[in-house]
Design a protein around this ligand. Structure first.
Ligand code: FAD
Length: 383
């Protein structure tokens, strides 16, 4: 039995009923579109309108802002079910953007954007990374210069998930001095925004249904009231404060994909014959699958424990860093081991295991690389 079926204290009956609703919706309404979205390189924004109408886009937003006032666990359940069906992480960045606004926005900003983010009228992206700056975010160069009651934004971003399909962006900009204290977050509605341009949709190793784009800002004029929180220099603190939740948004899909990979490999090797027997019956296969199933259990247990601590308010950042690097590394390892058991078929894009393998690679890079996670953990060890 795979760990998905094991109940954890945070999984009460209500949340499991919600999971079932999401699962059915994803299977019926989203999974059939996935092949076409992979070929075209993006999921149309309109797809998320009915998803929002079902209450699946931002269930954790307060009712006053268009959500159901649910806990963050509900959003993680949505991400779990999406990942299980190979849906990419487009709605994960959407929820992160919404939480920046919820936690740091003025009342007017919350009223303006949150209900439209919850309904799917707006799809959000987060634009932090620049061509010359990724891990070392405090060195970012996109500049927002104050001009009366506006800011004028100039610069470029790259690798932005939803960069092509989003119509709202939370953009990290430099409003002041060099270093982290000069960083602010700007919120832009990008449709027909003068000076804003989406560059290339980047071709990737995996995650083909998810659009990842370059963005250009050439003299974009933004009302000062759209600076998140309206106070300059708070951006870095705002970005850092959400990190434990953001890490969980990557760890839950890692757990889901690991379980799926093991299921696929068990099914395949039981059917496939070589040397007159099922591939499953070779001792090597049995041992590999036993190892992968063990990792699936340990990853899921670790993730469940982190979720419980997050809900209790006791998830320390270091535990979240540990979970991020370790769970995503196990995802890479398990998808690789399971692919091997498929032989040549494992390399064919039409086989889900090939896609799980390719899609997994980026998990160790985005949301903070494995090396950055380890560095942060080591800093804490040093006291
Ligand atoms: C598919 C995809 C989607 C993405 N989506 C988004 C998005 O929506 N929004 C967004 O803003 N960004 C996004 N990113 C960008 C992503 O967050 C960055 O790629 C990531 O943070 C790494 O930055 P970098 O690529 O500049 O690598 P670099 O920072 O240049 O790192 C290169 C290598 O050096 C290592 N390294 C760097 N610093 C250290 C250190 N101090 N110690 C040890 N090793 C170090 C890194 O671990 C890495 O191995 C996305 C990236 C991809 C591939």
């Amino acid at each position: 039995m795979l760990p998905r079926l094991l109940r954890h204290p945070w999984m009460d009956d209500d949340i499991e009923a919600f999971r079932e609703q999401v699962r059915r919706y994803v299977e019926r309404e989203l999974a059939p579109g996935l092949d076409g979205w992979r070929r075209q390189g993006f999921i149309p924004r309109e797809v998320w309108r009915p998803f929002g109408a079902m209450g699946f886009l931002l269930p954790e937003m307060p009712e006053a802002h268009g959500g159901a006032g649910a806990t963050l666990a509900y959003q993680l359940v949505v991400q779990d079910e999406l990942a299980k069906s190979e849906m990419p992480a487009n709605t994960a960045v959407h929820t992160i953007a919404a939480h920046y606004i919820l936690d740091y926005g003025t009342e007017a900003q919350k009223r303006r954007w949150l209900p439209r983010l919850a309904s799917g009228e707006l799809l959000a992206g987060i634009a932090l990374t620049e061509p010359g700056v990724g891990s070392d975010l405090k060195a970012l160069r996109t500049r927002a210069r104050r001009d009366g009651d506006h800011y004028v934004i100039d610069g470029a971003k790259t690798f932005i998930t939803n960069g092509f399909s989003a119509n709202l962006l939370v953009v990290a900009v430099r409003t002041g001095e060099a270093g982290s204290r000069g960083v602010s977050l700007a919120v832009l509605e990008t449709e027909d925004l003068p000076g804003f341009r989406v560059g290339r949709r980047l071709e990737k190793l995996g995650q083909h249904a998810s659009d990842t784009a370059e963005l250009f800002f050439d003299g974009v004029r933004m009302p000062a009231a759209q600076l998140l929180g309206e106070k300059e220099g708070e951006g870095f603190v705002q970005l850092m404060s959400q990190l434990p939740y953001e890490r969980m948004l990557l760890c839950v899909p890692a757990a889901a994909v690991i379980e799926r990979a093991v299921e696929l490999a068990v099914d395949y090797t039981r059917e496939r014959k070589a040397f007159g027997q099922a591939v499953f019956d070779f001792q090597n296969t049995r041992f590999k699958l036993a190892e992968c199933a063990t990792l699936a259990h340990v990853v899921r247990s670790f993730v469940n424990d982190c979720i419980q601590r997050m809900l209790n308010g006791t998830l320390d950042p270091e535990a979240a860093y540990m979970a991020k690097w370790w769970c995503t590394e196990q995802q890479g390892k398990v998808t690789d081991e399971c692919l091997q058991l498929f032989g040549g078929y494992g390399y064919m894009a039409e086989y889900p295991i090939a896609r799980l393998y390719a899609d997994a690679r980026v998990q160790r890079i985005y949301g903070g690389t494995t090396e950055i996670m380890k560095d942060l953990i080591a800093r804490k060890l040093a006291g």
